[in-house]
Design a binder for this molecule. Structure first.
Ligand code: NAD
Ligand code: GDD
Length: 337
């Protein structure tokens, strides 16, 4: 068991919360930082500090005495959110990312992991549902998702320059759409799996729910347990170039609704609304490099991961769901080396 001290920023959010649990289970001393407390449960971190990482003094306080930094803090949401607030998202994330990197380097942190996104990939490579899976080198020539994706791509480069010029150890992870229990499911920042779980949990069998787009757009979705396992393995690797972290199980949005309806045991009708945000037409992860570097890739199938996700969201929105969610077994996973 390691006694290293590690910082997780964004630990009041979805992935950061789960990552803190994972690292605690592996014996790390964990400092958690966020601008807000976790929404649904108390953090298992050794200390939880409320700081605003757009401020350099707060970044310096966050990294003080830390051996490693997992920088997950960001102004972030599903396609409805990130396509509607370019100025604030780009400004907030630029300030957080650049200053956390600088503060971590100045504090002589050993390793710094930056949470990037599949939104860095060029939009013209994602304009059909039967999309060719995206390889890391496809990111240039650049044409990323405006605002949010542009900042992620720029910060990847900034990390790379710190590695090249100063020998600072950075790790760059491009997440593909992550879902699971304790993920935002309402309020405007939710992504498709959680939004659809919520709509179906609130519906009666035979009801119609609104689905954004025509339902033919495609994505791959990664369960949170695979996500934190992959983050940890990438941090421990010696690979400092960008890496996809996602599954290559492609599904269209209409199919996603069908899987969740079947898990819920409800007949659900769909009203497609093409006036709502849709993002890219198709997106999938090419995991060749991930397999090459780690000898591992996300393993949990979509249907398998949606069972506990739906149970948790149902528990949040309906009476009685909470009891059912309590009996759901964790999905077995392969331990990291
Ligand atoms: P999240 O919104 O649940 O968590 C992000 C956390 O960052 C939030 O708790 C938020 O309060 C915190 N934060 C925002 N501004 C801050 C500030 N100024 N100071 C301190 N904390 C601040 O999102 P998540 O899904 O857990 O995402 C974590 C990281 O992974 C983000 O960098 C995100 O861009 C990236 N990512 C996530 C996905 C996904 O599908 N969830 C996909 C691609 C990339
Ligand atoms: N959010 C949401 N809510 N999306 C819906 C809904 C709904 O009720 N119904 C259908 N969709 C469709 C959207 O129109 C989109 O085409 C698809 O589901 C996926 O939407 P999101 O999950 O919101 O986002 P995304 O996949 O386009 O982008 C997300 O993943 C990136 C990484 O792969 C975002 O969360 C980005 O921030 C993230 O970086």
């Amino acid at each position: 068991m390691s006694q290293k001290s590690v910082l997780v920023t964004g630990a009041g959010g979805f992935i950061g919360f789960h990552l803190v649990n994972y690292l605690k289970n592996r014996g790390y001393k964990v400092r958690a930082v966020d601008i807000k407390d976790p929404e649904y449960q108390a953090s298992s971190a050794d200390e939880f500090r409320i700081l605003d990482l757009r401020e350099i003094d707060d970044c310096r306080e966050a990294v003080r005495g830390m051996d490693e930094v997992y920088n997950l803090a960001a102004d972030m949401g599903g396609i409805g959110y990130i396509s509607g607030a370019h100025a604030s998202i780009t400004y907030n994330n630029t300030m957080i990312s650049a200053q956390m990197l600088k503060a971590a380097h100045d504090a002589k942190v050993e390793r710094f992991l930056f949470s990037s996104s599949a939104c860095v990939y060029p939009q013209h490579l994602q304009d059909v549902p039967s999309v060719v899976p995206l390889k890391e080198e496809d990111a240039f020539p650049a044409d990323p998702e405006p605002g949010y994706g542009l900042e992620k791509l720029y910060t990847e480069k900034l990390c790379q320059y710190f590695t090249e010029d100063y020998g600072f150890q950075t790790r760059l992870v491009r997440f593909h759409n992550v879902y699971g229990p304790l993920g935002t499911y309402d309020g405007g920042k939710e992504k498709a799996p959680a939004a659809i779980c919520r709509k179906i949990a609130r519906a009666k069998s035979g009801d119609t729910i609104e689905v954004w787009g025509d339902g033919k757009q495609t994505r791959s979705f990664m369960y949170i347990d695979d996500c934190v396992e992959g983050i940890y393995r990438i941090m421990r690797s010696d690979y400092s170039r960008p890496l996809n972290l996602g599954t290559d199980e492609l599904v269209d949005v209409s199919g996603l609704v069908d899987i969740i309806a079947e898990i819920a045991g409800k007949t659900i009708l769909k009203r497609f609304n093409t006036n709502r945000p849709q993002g890219v037409r198709g997106r999938n992860s090419d995991n060749s490099r991930l397999r090459e570097v780690l000898g591992w890739e996300p393993l949990i199938h979509l249907r398998q991961g949606l069972i506990p996700t739906y149970a948790w969201i149902e528990g949040q929105v309906t009476a009685g769901g909470a009891e059912r969610q309590a009996v759901i077994e964790p999905i077995p996973r392969v331990a990291a080396q």
